[in-house]
Design a protein around this ligand. Structure first.
Ligand code: 5GP
Ligand code: MN
Length: 346
C-alpha cells in the first residue's frame, strides 16, 4: 500500500515540538501507534512527546520509551503538564481515535492550540474536518498498520524497512497484533505483508507475543475464570451473552489497568453466541464501561452508537452507561429487544 504523504512531509519539515496523543483507556494499538511515532520522529531529529488520557495496560510498559524525554504523560495524572504541551506544540498528531472527545480532558485544548493537526486513524466517521491532514481509512487492521504504510511512503524511508528504527517496528507490530487479536480478526492481505516486512526487519514475533499476552498476574487469570464461571449470562433468544465486572471484584482480584483485555471475546467461543458484552464499573464508579464484540455481519458499532453513547468497528465497539451496574442487565435486554433489524447487519 502506498500513501500520498506530500502534505504531511511539508508539515513535518517545519515541526519541532510534536505532541502525539492516543485515546482514553488506551489499548495496544493506541500505545503502539504513539510510541512507534515517537521513535520514528526522535530518530528524525524532532522533539516528540506522548500524551495518553488515562493509564495504559502494564503489559505494554515495555513500549514506553526508556528515555526521560520519551516517557508517556498520563493526562489524568498530570493534566497541567499535558495541557501545556498541547498549547505549546508546533504539531499535534492524534492517533487511533476518530473524535477529539476520545481524548477526554484534552479536546478543548487541542481545538484551541495553534499547532498544525494531523490524524492517523482507522475508525468509521472520523472528524477529519478538524485536522490539517487526515489519514483515515477503515480498510486496515489497525492504526499501527496505517502508520506503517505512511512511514514506508515517506521519502526518508522510501519503502526500505531497514530505515525504520527497531523499537518503532516493534511498537507497530504490537499495535497490529493486539487490534487483530493476534491475527484472529480484521486481517487484510496487506496486514500479512506488514507483518512479514516487520519480522524481516528484526521484530521478534514470539517475544512480542510473550510480553503482551503471557505476562499477566496470577490474579488476572483467576479473575478470568471467575468471569466465565460465575458472571457470564447467556440470552439465547438474542444470541447474546454478557458479563458484569464490579469495582468490588476488581479489588478482590487485585485488578490492574488492562487486566480485562480480551474477556469480552471469551463468550464468542460458544457457537450460539453472536454478540458479547462486558460491562465494567469505571474506577471512579461514575459510569459503566461498555465493551461489545460480534461475529460476522452483526454491527456492534451501530449498536454502541445507538444505545451506549459510543462507537468503534463493526465487530468491536464500546461506549458508556451512566447507571448503576445492577441496572445494566435490564437495559441491555431492552437494547437487544429494540435493536432495529436494519441496523443489525452491515
Ligand atoms: P474496547 O471494547 O476494546 O474497549 O473497544 C473496542 C473498540 O470500540 C475500539 O476500537 C474503541 O476505539 C471503541 N470504543 C471503545 N470505547 C468507546 C467509546 O466510549 N466511544 C467510542 N466512540 N468508541 C469506543
Ligand atoms: Mn485501533
Amino acid at each position: 500500500m502506498t500513501i500520498d504523504t506530500k502534505s504531511l512531509e511539508k508539515i513535518l519539515q517545519k515541526a519541532r515540538d510534536i505532541v502525539l496523543i492516543g485515546h482514553f483507556n488506551p489499548d495496544g494499538d493506541a500505545v503502539g501507534s504513539v510510541t512507534a511515532a515517537w521513535h520514528f520522529l526522535r530518530a528524525a531529529g524532532k522533539r516528540p512527546r506522548i500524551i495518553l488520557p488515562s493509564p495504559y495496560p502494564e503489559t505494554l510498559k515495555f513500549l514506553d520509551p526508556d528515555n526521560p524525554q520519551g516517557r508517556i504523560i498520563i493526562a489524568e495524572e498530570h493534566l497541567e503538564e499535558a495541557r501545556a504541551l498541547v498549547r505549546d506544540a508546533d504539531l499535534i498528531v492524534c492517533l487511533d481515535h476518530n473524535r477529539l472527545a476520545r481524548t477526554e480532558y484534552l479536546e478543548a485544548d487541542i481545538l484551541a492550540s495553534k499547532a498544525q493537526k494531523v490524524l492517523v486513524d482507522h475508525h468509521l466517521a472520523a472528524e477529519t474536518f478538524r485536522f490539517d491532514v487526515a489519514f483515515s481509512t477503515v480498510d486496515v487492521s489497525s492504526t499501527c498498520e496505517l502508520l506503517f504504510w505512511i512511514l514506508l511512503s515517506l521519502p526518508e524511508v522510501d519503502g526500505d524497512t531497514a530505515r525504520i528504527p527497531l523499537p518503532c517496528a516493534e511498537s507497530l507490530y504490537v499495535g497490529m497484533m493486539t487490534d487483530t487479536n493476534n491475527f484472529f480478526n480484521s486481517v487484510y492481505p496487506d496486514t500479512f505483508t506488514m507483518a512479514s516486512l516487520l519480522i524481516a526487519r528484526g521484530v521478534d514475533k514470539d517475544a512480542m507475543q510473550e510480553k503482551v499476552l503471557n505476562c499477566y498476574s496470577e490474579s488476572r487469570t483467576r479473575l478470568m475464570g471467575h468471569m466465565i464461571q460465575d458472571k457470564m449470562t447467556l440470552l439465547p433468544q438474542y444470541g447474546a451473552a454478557y458479563m458484569l465486572l464490579s469495582n468490588l471484584e476488581k479489588d478482590e482480584y487485585d485488578y490492574r489497568p488492562g487486566d480485562s483485555e480480551g474477556f469480552v471475546n471469551l463468550p464468542l467461543a460458544i457457537g450460539s453466541v453472536q454478540v458479547s458484552a462486558l460491562f465494567t464499573d469505571n474506577v471512579d464508579g461514575k459510569y459503566v464501561r461498555v465493551s461489545l464484540r460480534s461475529k460476522g455481519r452483526i454491527d456492534v458499532n451501530r449498536f454502541a452508537r445507538r444505545f451506549f453513547a459510543g462507537g468503534g468497528h463493526r465487530n468491536a465497539a464500546g461506549g458508556r452507561l451512566y447507571m448503576p451496574l445492577e441496572e445494566v442487565p435490564a437495559y441491555f435486554e431492552h437494547a437487544l429487544a429494540s435493536w432495529p433489524e436494519e441496523e443489525k447487519f452491515s
